[in-house]
Ligand binder design. Structure first.
Ligand SMILES: NC(=O)C1=CN([C@@H]2O[C@H](COP(=O)(O)OP(=O)(O)OC[C@H]3O[C@@H](n4cnc5c(N)ncnc54)[C@H](O)[C@@H]3O)[C@@H](O)[C@H]2O)[C@@H](O)CC1
Ligand SMILES: Nc1ncnc2c1ncn2[C@@H]1O[C@H](COP(=O)(O)OP(=O)(O)O)[C@@H](O)[C@H]1O
Ligand SMILES: [K+]
Length: 532
């Protein structure tokens, strides 16, 4: 698991060490230089003579970068430091100069930005040390001008102005390797926003602990590979954001034993699909069955049930005991003639999940509310209800609660609006996207496991089925622990993403391919379990 702590928590952990004279900057700079050398060795035969451009801002982030530049200069690399502030870290600057590094002072002469673009075009590595956790708002001043000029010249990143296209995710050829110092300069360190120009890093070397903005979208798309350097900080308390690794999901997977049977493994009740959208029912039930549900109980009209049974003969259509409900894939947002009675069945399922229909369930059980099911959130939900909107649907959920946002607002600040939806509904909320954000009581997860090929029709129906099965497998624990639904939802996003990764031949995948790849994905995951 990657755990990320806020800038305030990291500063609080640094304080006692700095007061005791522990050389944190030296540790950080040495680890940074070592990582750069390793990356360079992997990319070229000799590191001697390699060209490095250090972008240095006013604070300690620039100090880290300058000290790392000094290490690299001593190893025979040609280092140029671009001084993007009138005053930069004294010790770092002195060390760099003493080691033979050259400097270009752009802060006092903006005309030199062109020469920086030229230096960067010929460099092997760029160290981005303009700002770190001291950043406030969009990257301003000379540093902002330099980044804008570099992005205009073709380096991947966000220009942060009206011309602003998306970050380039293309292969690294004929351009320098960009290493962000602590964080890509200018991202929202605690919230993952991208308020202005930001250079996209190939690697971010982060000190003490990961920062939330490295994991959260949209900034998460700008960080490259994350290397967390241990500089001796002791971070107490809960992390602000977590990202599950495959090993975490493997360790928690409920592997059946000799005493297990279909009811202990979990029955998933699925209310999905209508005559207009029967495919969603097939995808959600297939995904639930393939994720290892003990039984999948489909609730819908006869015509859709026939399509489900043709695809999945093991599905049961009679009413009965259910340990988690999946309500809404392929169901219209409001009850009407085209809803085939699914709205009413969905309401009944959710009442059972609240523990209100004693005949249908033995107490409360978890539920997934997807697509049309999101329209059924009328009262406060328990945390074992998981809403799974995409950005457009989250906007609709928020508007229904009187919060006037646009889809673009949700995309610009996914954590803020996912958290708001959690606060307003009480439910655990999973916001789908290239990075999936999950907010539950006191916990936030951000998962980035899927190839972009997964953004295809029906992929969300598959996620709903996977999550339904995973909740059914741990139903009692999920109802007992308010934060567990969020962990299971994050784990479902991981399984969904890895299944897509397994299903893609490096090209397009279909939703059914993703569902079909789940058993192999789970089997691979289980090989990661530590031997008993
Ligand atoms: N305190 C220490 O000894 C350590 C500090 N560390 C490094 O220090 C960094 C934090 O250092 P600082 O607190 O000095 O802060 P930063 O270096 O992150 O940034 C502060 C400076 O940037 C300017 N600035 C803030 N927002 C800006 C914006 N939007 N556009 C342009 N300029 C902006 C401020 O005016 C200030 O001069 C960490 O990210 C990390 O790299 C690490 O080396 C660990 C040890
Ligand atoms: N660019 C992307 N990269 C990775 N995963 C993506 C991307 N875009 C969408 N996804 C994932 O694909 C799925 C799409 O779900 P959704 O939008 O509900 O589609 P549908 O309603 O057609 O099933 C979600 O799980 C989402 O996280
Ligand atoms: K930085």
């Amino acid at each position: 698991m990657i755990r990320a702590w806020s800038a305030t928590d990291v500063r609080a952990a640094e304080e006692p060490l700095l007061a005791a004279g522990v050389p944190l900057m030296e540790r950080a700079a040495f680890a940074l230089a070592t990582t750069v050398l390793a990356d360079l060795r992997a990319r070229r035969r000799s590191v001697r003579g390699a060209h490095v451009v250090v972008l240095a801002g006013a604070g300690n982030n620039g100090g880290d970068a300058l000290h790392a530049g000094a290490h690299l200069a001593r190893r025979g690399l040609a280092v140029v430091a671009v001084l993007a502030a009138e005053r930069v870290h004294d010790g770092g600057l002195a060390a760099l100069r003493a080691a033979g590094g050259r400097t270009v002072d752009v802060a006092s002469d903006a005309g030199r930005v062109r020469s920086v673009v030229h230096d960067v075009a010929g460099a092997d590595v760029v160290l981005d040390g303009l700002v770190g956790i001291g950043a406030c708002g969009p990257l301003r001043g000379t540093g902002g001008d330099v980044v804008r000029a570099l992005v205009a010249d073709g380096l991947p990143g966000v220009p942060g102005d009206a011309t602003g296209g998306p970050a380039d995710h293309g292969p690294v050829t004929g351009r320098p390797w960009v290493v962000a110092v602590d964080v890509p300069s200018g991202i929202g360190v605690d919230d993952g926003t991208v308020p202005g120009p930001v250079l996209r890093a190939d690697r971010t070397v982060t000190f003490g602990a990961a920062k939330p903005g490295l994991l959260l979208p949209p900034a998460a798309h700008l960080v490259g590979d994350i290397s967390v350097v241990d500089i001796g900080l002791h971070l107490a308390g809960a992390p602000a954001v977590r990202r599950l690794a495959a090993e975490d999901v493997a360790a928690a997977w409920p592997v059946p034993g000799p005493a297990d049977h279909k009811y202990t493994r979990g029955v998933v009740g699925v209310v999905a699909g209508t005559a207009t959208y029967p495919g969603a029912a097939v995808l959600a039930t297939t995904a639930a069955a393939r994720t290892g549900a003990g039984m999948v109980r489909y609730r819908g009209s006869d015509v859709v049930a026939r399509a489900v049974l043709a695809a999945r003969p093991e599905v049961v259509t009679a009413p009965g005991r259910v340990q988690s409900w999946v309500v809404g894939p392929g169901v219209p947002p409001a009850a009407d003639d085209a809803d085939d009675g699914q709205t009413a069945r969905g309401r009944a399922g959710l009442a059972a999940a609240r523990g209100e229909l004693a005949g249908l369930s033995r107490g409360p059980v978890p539920a997934v509310l997807d697509a049309g099911g999101l329209g059924l959130v009328e009262e406060r939900c328990p945390p074992w209800f998981v809403l799974t909107p995409h950005a457009g649907e989250l906007r609709t959920v928020l508007r229904r609660h009187g919060v006037d946002v646009h889809r673009a607002d949700v995309e610009a600040e996914p954590l803020r609006w996912t958290r708001r939806a959690h606060e307003l509904t009480g439910a655990t909320v999973l916001l789908k996207g290239a990075v999936t954000v999950v907010v539950g009581p006191g916990v936030v997860y951000a998962q980035a496991d899927a190839p972009a090929w997964l953004g295809t029709a029906g992929a969300g129906d598959v996620l709903a089925g996977i999550l339904g099965a995973m909740l059914a497998g741990r139903a009692a624990a999920v109802v007992a622990d308010p934060a567990l639904a969020a962990e299971v939802a994050a784990a479902a996003a991981l399984v969904h993403g890895l299944a897509a990764e397994r299903a893609t031949p490096g090209g397009p995948v279909t939703a059914l391919d993703v569902a079909d790849a789940v058993p192999g994905t789970v089997a691979d995951l289980l090989t990661l379990r530590a031997a008993p």
